[in-house]
Design a protein around this ligand. Structure first.
Ligand code: 9MR
Length: 665
């Protein structure tokens, strides 16, 4: 075969029905799945360190074992297909592609908010024999077509973010591995493979991957030199994969962190791609402890270099591991045992990532600012401010009680975010909600504030409440006033009132200054000796708003500090050429007794005072000053005294004295 023509399956996607079926098969609700231990999940801890933590997935147990799936989705944020994306799986015969296993894993990852690292495009192993015997030009074409088709299959899927483009191209001495790729195409196949991968997916991160390159040695230095050269040539290489298949009998590569750092300095990221740490079987506590220390060392090396993006463990349960098949007297290389129980190595990884597995007794803080919005006749959406926790919040319980008081709060749902939509509610009905936070160890926070929700009276309620009436003000002080009114009526119930206020005695604009769920409202923070107008309007659960009530005008009292006073003048009677003002009330608006007060006012032109009582009157032009007569000089806080006077005015003049003001000494 000298020429291959392969249709590039860029747009080949799962049909929606197939996606739904796979989702139904593989989604495990986060909060329904209790981890096998009470630790904060590795993925939560790793995310807080800005790293991924992943595992190599085997398609069989992923499809068939719920214990495997539960740990897979609870603990890990990243998946590498252990075998399902290799050439023998994806293109077993020339141009015969099969993505069943690969799609299964990608679908599981998508359902569980995980990312996938593609493994691997060009490798000397697990590549069908039909490829290995091709001529140079046919092999190059086969390689390019394979990369275009496999990478292209996932290029528009945001779950698949990176690829091992070439795998294990070096020998242990730092020379190129004598593979059929190298022997047929020379080392140029490496750059060609990267270029083909970039052409198939402009966004995917493209990696070179190998084993025994964790420390600084001849092989890792050859890899370092190649990456440097490729970058210098503009070849699209983004990352380096350190497989990290370690064995406790060979010692830990103590310069792993420095090795990661030197690759990072080349401008590539580094991944720990296939971590496992085998021990001579059978397990003992001492061997487990050594293994746990190795896991700790690997996590710490990655954490120490920001360019190390994360760690993929090559499986997670000793039930499924390549190690015993390859090294007959070694095994138990992973962090869970064959029965899905955590091992000391799990605890080591969890702890190194910042967790406190199995001994956390600190509850999260209570959620706050719980609020409801978007309430309809059947649903409402709650949102709140997140809780904090020493090892991370895993979710929230949503609690609901019936009515506006009484009853019992019961859990009606859960959320892993800071919002929740409660559906299935009854129209025109009140409910109270609270939320509480949980952590992975099962610690539960105190409940949040309570929010009361009233559903609307069924779809299509457009009837506004009646306008509130009899709005009145009382208890006005220098800085506040109390409003009350007669309640509105509504076909599905009034949920509350808006309080509107405008400045002065006329003009200006009414704006909402508060709300009330009762028929009264206390407004505060007002300026002394200032006039305001108020109105109220009613609302119902569907958002219908009534017309406004009558307007009430309020003038705050003057002063407000100790010993202030106010004056209110009333025209008692008037006739053609005169009038009486009585009482002219002087009130102590302060908090302590006043001794002495001065009222001033202005007479219209032609008006003269013809008599007065209970006040000492001085007139200067049209300006009048009134002081106490003696016995009414001292006024207790909140108490009043009064005086009066009579005025003569021109015949037919109906004006009266004005501009009354009161001051204290
Ligand atoms: O874990 C993989 C195992 O199931 C396969 O049988 C084996 C075939 O070569 O490949 C194993 O994974 C390898 C990975 O793809 C590349 N690095 C070495 C891994 C362990 O052999």
């Amino acid at each position: 075969m000298t020429h291959r023509s392969v249709p590039v399956a860029r747009s080949r996607r799962l049909a929606p029905v197939a996606v739904a079926a796979l989702l139904a098969a593989f989604v495990v609700p986060v909060l329904a799945a209790e981890p096998a231990n009470a630790a904060t999940p590795l993925r939560t801890l790793a995310a807080a360190k800005n790293k991924f933590i992943g595992f190599a997935a085997a398609t069989g147990p992923l499809a068939n074992e719920s214990a495997y799936r539960t740990i897979a989705q609870t603990e890990f944020s990243q998946i590498t297909p252990e075998n399902a994306m290799k050439w023998d799986s994806t293109e077993p015969s020339d141009n015969q592609y099969n993505f069943s296993g690969a799609d299964q894993i990608v679908t599981f990852a998508a359902a569980n908010n995980q990312v996938v690292h593609g493994h691997t495009l060009v490798w000397h192993s697990q590549t069908p024999s039909w490829v290995q015997s091709l001529s140079a030009s046919a092999m190059r074409t086969a390689m390019n077509d394979h990369i275009a088709t496999v990478v292209g299959h996932f290029a528009s899927n945001p779950v698949v973010q990176s690829w091992d483009v070439v795998n294990e191209v070096f020998d242990e001495n730092g020379g190129y591995r004598s593979s059929f790729w190298y022997n047929t195409l020379g080392s140029g196949f490496i750059a060609d493979a990267f270029r083909a991968a970039r052409a198939a997916d402009a966004d995917a991160k493209l990696c070179i991957n190998d084993y025994n390159v964790e420390g600084i040695n001849a092989k890792s230095t050859a890899m370092y030199n190649l990456v440097n050269t490729l970058k210098g040539q503009g070849v699209p290489i983004d990352c380096v994969g350190l497989q990290t298949h370690l064995s406790t009998q060979y010692g830990f590569p103590g310069d792993m962190q420095q090795n990661i750092a030197r690759f990072a300095a080349l401008g590539v990221t580094v991944r720990i791609t296939e971590l496992d740490i085998r021990i001579p079987t059978p397990r003992t506590a001492a061997k487990d402890a050594t293994q746990a220390q190795y896991y700790t060392n690997v996590v710490n090396a990655c954490l120490a270099v920001s360019a190390c993006t994360g760690i993929t463990i090559w499986g997670f349960t000793d039930k499924y591991s390549w190690v015993p098949d390859t090294f007959p007297s070694e095994g138990a290389a992973l962090i869970y045992d064959e029965n899905y129980q955590v091992k000391p190595s799990y605890t080591a990884v969890n702890t190194a990532l910042g967790g406190s597995p199995n001994n956390d007794t600190t509850a999260p803080s209570a959620p706050s600012n719980l609020a409801a919005s978007g309430t309809t006749s059947t649903s409402t959406t709650l949102s709140w401010t997140a809780s904090t926790d020493n090892v991370g919040v895993t979710g929230y319980d949503i609690l609901r009680a019936p009515g506006t008081s009484g009853g019992t709060f019961a859990v009606v749902g859960s959320s892993t975010t800071t919002s929740f939509t409660n559906t299935g509610l009854t129209a025109a009905t009140s409910y109270r909600y609270q939320v509480r936070a949980k952590d992975a160890a099962g610690n539960t926070s105190a409940v949040s504030n309570t929010v009361t929700v009233t559903t609307s009276g069924g779809t299509g309620d457009t009837t506004a409440p009646s306008a509130p009436s009899n709005l009145a003000a009382s208890g006005t002080t220098a800085s506040g006033t109390s409003l009350s009114w007669t309640g509105s009526t509504d076909n599905v119930g009034v949920t509350g009132y808006d309080i509107l206020r405008a400045p002065g005695t006329s003009g200006g604009t009414f704006a909402v200054v508060g709300t009330s769920t009762t028929t009264s409202y206390a407004d505060s923070g007002l300026s002394a000796a200032t006039s305001y107008r108020y109105q109220v309007r009613a609302k119902d659960a569907a958002g219908n708003v009534s017309a406004v009530s009558n307007t009430v005008t309020v003038t705050t009292l003057s002063g407000g500090g100790t010993g202030g006073c106010s004056v209110t003048a009333t025209v008692q009677t008037s006739w053609g050429n005169g009038y009486v003002m009585d009482p002219v009330t002087v009130k102590n608006t302060g908090t302590s007794s006043i001794t002495g007060w001065t009222v001033t006012f202005t007479l219209p032109a032609g008006h003269t005072i013809s008599g007065s009582w209970n006040g000492t009157v001085t007139v200067s032009g049209q300006n009048v000053t009134v002081k106490p007569v003696g016995w009414n000089s001292t006024v207790a806080p909140g108490a009043s005294v009064a005086f009066g006077f009579q005025v003569s005015r021109p015949n037919g003049d109906t004006s009266t004295a004005s501009g009354f003001a009161c001051t204290t000494p």
